[in-house]
Design a protein. Sequence first.
Length: 200
Amino acid sequence: MLPHVAGRERELRALADAVRRLVDYSVRHIASPEVTATLAARVDAIADELESLLPAAVPNKYGGIDMTTSHPHDFFQFDTVLGLYNPLALPVRMTWDPPMAIGHARFGSAYEGPPGCVHGGVISGVFDQVFNVANLKNGVGGPTANLSIDYRSPTPLLRDLVFEGWVDRVESRKVYTRGRVVHDGQVTAEAQGLFIRMGR
């Protein structure tokens, strides 16, 4: 557990969840200009209060957690895709069913690309991190060298989605990972990635 997280896990999650709600409502509301301005000022005041509590140095986001033996959410606590404490993250709920990393997601309006559909860039980001989990859990983690996605059909908002990722093969330092996203039994996108294996 990271030192700056220990003892306030519940509170950090509550704050992140509150900001997630704020983001969702901010792209859907139809308040008048006057009400919108008032709400913006109130949110800005909260941001000012949080700013006054920032440390001089940026805290470490990863610590000494071993990904091969820990849960993905313990390792990626502030990640932009999986992080329980990062309001930019949905977060995608991860499970590990060897040899497959599985991400469960249900995207709202803030993630919209084409009308009623998840933005392709968001899908790409989720694939990248689901593949990262698969690689790390198999002990072959490393940075992304290439990520290729075939969008088979629109991926809908506000529906339960399942992202799957698995290591296809390893050739020396090159790790080839594959995956797909499934909605209601239909594959909406498939992906493959090349990663460069690194030591711990």
